[in-house]
Ligand binder design. Structure first.
Ligand code: AMP
Length: 220
């Protein structure tokens, strides 16, 4: 299996970009946030452990997240390219992902850092709405659905995520700064990092990523 990672603060648009990439065929979107929210909604034992951290805007413990990723990857091992969205978020998770890839004869192809200024992130998160059925992402101003409150893709109900309230948003951004920013150095050192302007349209960012990857494949 091959993997790419989307790095970026909450609200940078990683999820929207990953969905757009997944529409191009060979990519499989893997969002640890979506997996964890599904576990909470289903009230599984993982969900019950993760919920208090998520409600506070804190990171869920590494062991729990790494195990979830390992299970998901194992279940879908025929898929060729994983797009990791929201994982890894700590250096420990990054190291353990390296181990898992090695174990599965996989390779990390490239890491894309989606860059967006903090004021823009706060505005984006406050206006964000997600589909309660398929997790598609909308924004009340920038990306409204055709019918208010209804998902264009599947007709599901659009809701505001519980952790998109202002206080929790500030904590999530703080956690990102402390725990996740060091990851850029980790991947830059290995020559894997590409920095992208996250204020561009998500579709065109996804196109840029796809062309960058095909260029890389031809080079090898
Ligand atoms: P996201 O949808 O990626 O913003 O994730 C929502 C929440 O899920 C985060 O604020 C964390 O509480 C938790 N979470 C998602 N991915 C991870 C991860 N890789 N490590 C730790 N916690 C995570």
């Amino acid at each position: 299996m091959k993997a790419i990672i989307l790095l970026g603060a909450p609200g940078a648009g990683k999820g929207t970009i990953a969905v757009s990439l997944a529409g191009k065929g060979r990519y499989e979107h893997l969002s640890t946030g979506d997996i964890l929210r599904a576990a909470v909604a289903e009230n599984t034992s993982v969900g019950r452990k993760a919920k208090p951290f998520m409600d506070a805007g804190d990171l869920v413990p590494d062991d729990l997240v790494v195990e979830l990723v390992a299970e998901t990857v194992r279940q879908e091992d025929e898929v060729c390219w994983y797009v990791f969205d929201g994982f890894p978020r700590t250096l420990e998770q990054a190291r353990r992902l390296d181990e898992q890839l090695e174990l599965n004869d996989g390779s990390l192809e490239r890491v894309f850092q989606v860059d967006v200024p903090v004021e823009v992130l706060v505005r984006r998160l406050a206006g964000r709405r997600v589909c309660s059925a398929c997790s598609a992402v909308y924004h009340v101003d920038n990306r409204p659905p055709a019918d208010e409150g209804v998902c264009d893709r599947c007709g599901g109900e659009l809701v505001q995520r519980e952790d998109d309230n202002e206080e929790t948003v500030r904590n999530r951004l703080e956690q990102y700064k402390i725990q996740s920013e060091p990851l850029t150095g980790y991947y830059r050192q290995r020559g894997l990092l590409e920095v992208l302007d996250g204020q561009k349209d998500p579709e065109s960012i996804a196109d840029d990523i796809a062309s960058c990857l095909s260029a890389g494949v031809v080079d090898r």
